[in-house]
Every structure is written in C-alpha cells, then in structure tokens.
Design a binder for this molecule. Structure first.
Ligand code: GDG
Length: 473
C-alpha cells in the first residue's frame, strides 16, 4: 500500500494516544496510521522577516506518523494566509465579491509560500507515495511539486465552495488558479454544484472539456473531478452525545434552562456563516409569535477566528452589538433571549448541547459543507430528536433531506421556519431525523477518505499520461 503524504496549511499535531479534535484530523491520521505517512504544513509559528528561512521542515515523529512543519516569515504569512488566501480566495469563493481584496503583493506571497512548501516537501516524497493536498491555501502545490520533478499521483480537495465562472473570473489570475488545480490528478469537491461550476468554467473559458462522469481533460491533462462530501465520525460523535449527561457543563446548562426549549447555533465567527442574519431572524420570530417569549433560549456559540483579518474584527463588533441590542429590547427580568458565547466550548460539552437543543440553526450564507449540521443530527436522542434548520446554501443541504431548508437572506422566512421547527410533532421529527442519520452514518468521514483515496490511487484509465491523453482527446 502506498504511503500517504497529506499537505495542509495547518497541521493538527496529535500526541500519541490523544484524541483528535476534529473529524478531519481523525480521518486523515487514521489513513496515515494504516499506510504510514507524513503530514506536511505550516507549524503555526513565525520567524522574523530578516531571519534565514530554514531549508528543511522540522520533523516530529508522533503516534506512528511523521509531522513535517515549516515556520514562516511574518511577511510571508501575512501575504499568503492573511492576504491572498483569506482576503481574496475565501471571500470570492463564498460569493462575496464585495469583500475580495486583490493585491499583486499578496498574490506574490501566496506563490512564494507554495513554492517554498514544494521545495521542502519534494525531497521527502518517495516515488510510490500518494500526495493529498488540502484546500484553497495550496492550489498551486501540485504544479510546484511537478516542477520539482515529482511524478507521483497528487490529489487536491477543496473544502470550500467552487464558485460559478462569473464570480471566479473576478479573480485577475483565475486562469493560473485553474491551471494549478488541473495539475492534480484528482480534484475533490464537496457537492455536485461545485463540479458543475468547474465544468461550466472549463467550457466557457475553453480550457478543456468533460469526457464522461468524473473525467475531464483540462489544460491538456486527463484528470478526475468528483463530488465527495466530507463527513463526520458519526458513530463516535453519537456515542459522545449520548454519554454527555455526565458532563458538568451540560448539567449546569440544563439546570439553567428551567425547562425552556433550547435553540442552538455553532459557528466560527465568520461572515460566511450568516450569524447576524440568524440573530435578526430570531428577533423576528420573537415578535411574530408572542407565545414563545420566555419559553425558549437561543444559544449561539461562536469562537473567534482569523482575528488578524480586518473584516473579522469588524464583524465581531457588529454581531456582539446586535446580540446585545436584541437582548436589551426583548429580555425580561428572569429571561434573556440570546446567550452569545464568544469562545470555544469543549467537544464533549458541545455534543451534549446539540443533544439538548430542540432546534439546530445552521444558516450560512454560503458554506462548502458545514459539519455542524451533521454533528447536530448525530448528537440527537433517537426517541426525541431536535429539528435541523439548514440553509439551502450550505453544501450539507444536498445531502440532508430531512432538514427544514431555509434561505438565510429571507429573515421573515427563517423566522417562520423557527416557529415551525419548535412546533413540529414528534413523529415528523423522528421521521426526518432517521433519514438524515442513515445518510451520515453511511457517508461518514471514513467513507469520504476511502472514496477519495480510491479515486486517487486510480486505475490505468485515469492515469494522466500523454499517450492516454491522445487516446481520449
Ligand atoms: C471548512 C468549510 C467544511 C465550532 N465551534 C466550536 C467547535 N467548532 C467546530 C464544529 C465543527 C467545526 O468547528 C466547524 O466546521 P464547519 O464545517 O462548520 O466549518 P469551517 O470551519 O468553515 O470548515 C466547511 C469544512 O471545512 C470541512 O470540509 O464543512 O464548509 O468552510 O466541527 O463542531 N468545536 C468545539 N468548540 C466550539 O466552540 N469543540
């Protein structure tokens, strides 16, 4: 079995025997433990701009895996991560042209760091290794690795949406970005819509064509393009949630609810998640339906993220002000409608909070997948499940057919859906939940990883050789 080399911006370091924080870390480290492997990426540390850039990553052996970690210069990090990745690609790929900020300086930093990573990684890769690159920070990786002489199978997975061509072409270097994607052998997207957007781009920009389901020629290379929705560790998360009654935070929370219904939202503080629109919808719900005043509480758990990017700092203030205003306008002496928590809650407690909630509000304006939607479903009590209210613009909407789908831009509509969710009879809740739980049990994170790696290991038909290309084009 080939060794697996995973490349991602951040590398979750697992101490031997420790539990990984996220499903992705679990899934990928599981695969690497099976095959042996290397996880390569940024160390999370910076060095001064005038320091010499080390020529090799620091390697750490832990739990049977090798972690290869690169310290980045402050300026490189700012341009590559805070600049092009998170002020250009992230907003644009989430359909936010208004927030996209393109500078050639940031673009230069993006390519510089990708080159640096490739230069450091290339000598560590053996000819039979599979290389799996993750997410928008590293789109040029395969091209850089190939320029360094690698002939390996290299795959890419995009965790965020792939936008339609009218939006993508706002990016001045969209042609290079797509050329970079096409240097991989397999491109994995979250949903069929992302594949469709990719196909439309390739056709309109005349850079290639679709041959058959999942098979494309782009910039003269035969590649595979698949929609493989990322999953969670469904079984383990359901078990954690079922055992969460023992968690002291969950117990304290339950006592403080005084029998009121809980509505929950959990999101990194990010403008793509629609948190402000959700708070407005909750306020509208309170004004529409007097009967729920004092009988429900909306808990929004929102750890800070990317605080170095200006749009995030502005949003942090705006959301806190909005939650404060709604509470000021509607609270009673013995009831606060919104509990807004601006920090991380432990994973076990989070599972218990999902399970306690009657409604999960997952209403991003745009989201690649949204794992919170799947975690909420996994955590429910099968005998008395809560209702998932899900944005039609989350990738998860393509799979979660038991959710109440909502348009987060339609504040009144979302308010009405909250009322419907709270009033939903038990048999309908059970029926909807069963369908979703079956889906996420079958298509869990292990399924995702296996399916992707099968595609990447490929077969003669998908091997990107020039001869094969002549045969298909
Ligand atoms: C990107 C794409 C795609 C959040 N708050 C706490 C906490 N979390 C955990 C959640 C969940 C994760 O963070 C967030 O995952 P999402 O999928 O919702 O969103 P992104 O971070 O934007 O992820 C997304 C994903 O990649 C995977 O492909 O689904 O579309 O944008 O697991 O539970 N965890 C804990 N405390 C918190 O307070 N413990």
């Amino acid at each position: 079995m080939s060794r697996l080399i995973v490349v991602s911006n951040r590398v979750p370091m697992l101490k031997p025997g420790a539990q990984a924080a996220g499903g992705l870390a679990v899934a990928l480290s599981g695969a690497m433990q099976e095959r042996g492997g290397v996880w390569f990426g940024w160390s999370g540390r910076t060095i001064p701009d005038d320091a010499a850039q080390p020529e090799h990553p620091k390697t750490v052996e832990s739990g049977g895996l090798t972690y290869a970690l690169v310290d980045l210069k402050q300026r490189d990090l700012e341009e590559y991560y805070g600049g092009f990745s998170n002020r250009m690609l992230w907003p644009l790929f989430h359909y936010r042209m208004d927030l996209a900020d393109f500078t050639r300086v940031a673009l230069g930093g993006y390519y510089r760091v990708n080159k640096l990573f490739a230069r450091m990684l290339a000598p560590m890769v053996q000819p039979s290794d599979l290389v799996w690159v993750h997410d928008y920070h590293l789109i040029p990786m395969a091209a850089e690795l190939r320029a360094a002489g690698l002939k390996n199978r290299i795959g890419f997975y995009l965790h965020i949406p792939f936008p339609p061509p009218d939006i993508l072409t706002v990016l001045p270097n969209h042609a290079d970005i797509v050329r970079g994607l096409a240097a991989h052998d397999v491109i994995g997207f979250q949903t069929p819509l992302d594949v469709e957007n990719f196909e439309t781009y390739v056709r309109r920009e005349k850079v290639g064509r679709r041959l058959s389901a999942g098979r494309f020629v782009v910039h003269g290379r035969a590649i595979r393009v698949e929609a493989l929705p990322v999953g969670i560790e469904t079984k383990a998360f359901a078990e954690t949630a079922a055992a969460s009654g023992r968690n002291s935070l969950v117990r304290r929370m339950r006592e403080s609810m005084l029998g009121r219904k809980l509505i929950i939202g959990v999101d990194r503080l990010d403008y793509s998640k629609g948190i402000a629109e959700r708070i407005q919808a909750f306020e509208t719900f309170l004004t529409l339906d007097d009967s729920w005043r004092g009988r429900c509480t909306f808990l929004q758990v929102t750890p800070k993220s990317r605080e170095e990017v200006p749009e995030y700092a502005a949003m942090e203030r705006a959301v806190a002000e909005l939650a404060g205003r709604v509470n000021g306008a509607h609270a009673e002496l013995d009831w606060t409608p919104i509990r807004y928590v601006n920090r991380t809650v432990g994973r076990n407690a989070l599972a218990g909070l999902y399970r306690m909630a009657s409604v999960g509000l997952v209403t991003p304006l745009r989201d690649g997948m949204n794992l919170v939607a799947k975690e909420f479903v996994a955590a429910q009590d099968p005998e008395d499940p809560g209702v998932l209210l899900l944005s039609r613009f989350a990738g998860a909407a393509a799979e979660m057919d038991g959710a109440l789908l909502t348009n987060p831009y339609d504040v009144d509509g979302t308010a009405g859906a909250i009322a419907r969710a709270l009033d939903m009879p038990l048999d309908e809740r059970v029926d909807r939940w069963k369908r979703m739980f079956a889906r996420i049990s079958e298509h869990d994170v292990a399924w995702w990883r296996r399916s992707y790696l099968e595609a990447l290991e490929g077969d003669a038909e998908t091997s990107p050789t020039a001869d094969r290309l002549k045969a298909v084009s």
